[in-house]
Write a protein that binds this ligand. Sequence first.
Ligand SMILES: Cc1ncc(C[n+]2csc(CCOP(=O)(O)OP(=O)(O)O)c2C)c(N)n1
Ligand SMILES: [Mg+2]
Length: 810
Amino acid sequence: MPETAIHADSKFNSAELSFDDFKKIVIDDYRLGYESRQASLIGRREVLTGKAKFGIFGEGKEVAQLAMAKVFKKGDWRAGYYRDQTFMFATGMSNLLEFFAQLYAYPDVEKDPASGGRQMNCHYATRFVNPDGSWVNQAETMNCSADISTTGGHMPRLLGLAYASKLYRQNKELASLDKFSVSGSEVAFGTIGNGSTSEGLFFEALNAAGVLQVPMAISVWDDAYAISVPAKLQTTKEDISEILKGFQREPGTNGYEIFKVRGWDYVALCETYERAIALCRKEHVPVLIHVTEMTQPQGHSTSGSHERYKNKDRLVWEDENDCLLQMRKWMIASAIATETEMDELEATAKKYVRDCQRQVWNELSDIIRLELNEASRLIDKLAEHSQAQEELMAVVSELRERVDPGRKDVFGAIRKALRITVKENSLQRQQLINWLQDEKVRNQARYNSKLFSGSVHSPLNVQPVPARYYEDSKFIDGREVLNACFEANFERDKTIVAFGEDVGSIGDVNQGFAGLQNKFGDLRITDTGIREATIIGQGIGLAMRGLRPIAEIQYLDYLLYSINVLSDDLASLSYRTHGGQKAPLIVRTRGHRLEGIWHSGSPLGLILNSMRGLHICVPRDMTQAAGMYNVLLRGDEPALLIECLNGYRLKERLPANVGEFTVQLGKAEILNQGTDITVISYGSTLRIVMEAAKELEKMGISIEVIDPQTLHPFDNDNVCGQSLKKTSKLLIVDEDLPGAASAYILQRVLEAQKGYYSLDAQPRTLTAKEHRPPYGSDGDYFSKPSLDDIIEAIYSLMNETDPHKYPAIY
Ligand SMILES: Cc1ncc(C[n+]2csc(CCOP(=O)(O)OP(=O)(O)O)c2C)c(N)n1
Ligand SMILES: [Mg+2]
């Protein structure tokens, strides 16, 4: 933390303060704002001179953030965007050294705790997961959920962070979880640009918070532009608080408290934030603070200049209404400081920021320089013993002469040297290889690690428990197996909650939660509005704050309405914070074949391609689903689980330990042993493949049917690859589009598991057609793989290998 950081518990209530105390607080505030401004100015220069790649900064927004920081307390949360550096410095959640470390992509969590050098500058996060995977005490820290670059993309998460306070306040069973909350008195602070309030996610979150009445405080930083697009083209009436007036609560209604204040008016800002947040904290009423008349002294980012799209009048207006300039004027007019004192303060602050910047740059350069020197020394030594001495010397001198070199240059030189000497074999060459391999391991940790938490708490480490059955265990509807599983888990773990459309009162559209709201209450099993994106965001926020949410998307086809949140926010969370944050959210949905264009979706390719960072579970029936829920609810990583839409009423045998037995992630299961062809399938098609196996057996064809059960991870034990060694023939059956999830499975089996080397016939896929299935049974038959299609596809593979024994059917 910089020496000058003002803690949020600094008071700004002039009635209780002496003038000297008051002066000191204001001067410290100004100093911090001024330092922040210098960071923006220097940051931009660092990009323009090529030391950093991209810059986006918070200048012109400083004063409002100083005011907001005063009311931000331990236990509170932020979900915001790239303009908030002043707030982050003022609360001590970040500082100048970290600011510059991130600007330079310093790949070390000690230096850039927000992302370990992974995120662009001004993307903030605090680390609330310890290196051993356990939670920090969030009630004693100030907390910042990790930023994402997509504007408005954080709004759903903000809702969840606020909703957690409501659950902690209202559900007395959670009282002992004092590491996460003190009776729900925490406020979730959101920030968003004026332009980004045009996003659907903003309106969805806004409405949901009004319905739920949660302590969510949204600040809109309004600088009248969104890059080049002016307010006129963004917002009806060019005024977000004006058009949101209908959300204002009135006697006897729920709703918001809405405030409007100018971004250069320090006193009004401090008073507004004090009033707004006190209400929000105490009454759990959401508040919206519209901060107008903000500016962008350097334009939007380092990518362009605002002179291109702002007219002269606007540019002059921005200069005159710069918030720091206005604050300075007010301080002098109010005898808080003299002009000379302000000049001195500014000079000192400027130097301090410059020193911070140089310190970080020098530190990082020294590290790279050491690696570069070592690489050069090793290549030099290789050159001494090589026939390509001249070429190698050229590589080294080019490397040594690089201005502001990076690891990429060091690696590039070594790999080039190894290519040049590919036909040589010397001790020196081996030393170079060894060094490269060692550094590769380090760089893997720096640049490629932590897609998942990977800690001892990972669901992959949950101890296996086999399903047990009594001799007279009943066959019941699949939905009842799930229901029993949920009931046992809700009983076991008070932090589990489930919510979604129709989940509460009727216990979801297929009754997996039937009767459970009556038993566990509507705080734990809860209906929501039709708002998929914020259902997911609600889950992310709760999961970050120590609860175990199951967020339900009613049908897999509607996952599209939340895929931005799943992909950008949830799936990237562990990676983008270098394991500093986690959100073990379970997304429950149902899909595959049923009826019609929007109730038969099985877009697993879409899911696999957009959600690495989630476990993707595709159980073939409800018992397998239950076993997976038992694992996921005991692990700490996010997952999507797709139940088979057409399986709820099929009979399954109820395990005696329905809330305990496990289906391990990444464990493929052989459902039918066979010798002729390996058939891989998952979800609803498996049942048909098993039927086909019986008919094929009568035709003298023996198929090995494998259910991978989870697509990510995929068959960790190489069951598919091993099976191919026996059968040498492969068919993949699924309901996705041609070349979608089946292509992923081919990559896994043929490349990763080296199945290619076992094949003696072309590998095949049998998928749905390229269009969605029309309504009705015939529509399904002609669009999705049918029993006939599967039998014929398998038979034709046999025909290809032995046409004499298996003549073409038609
Ligand atoms: C979803 C999404 N769409 C577009 C962008 C590109 N983009 C980045 S910043 C920005 C303008 C944001 O303007 P505003 O919300 O007013 O915030 P400001 O930068 O003015 O503070 C745009 C369009 C993005 N990052 N994410
Ligand atoms: Mg803007």
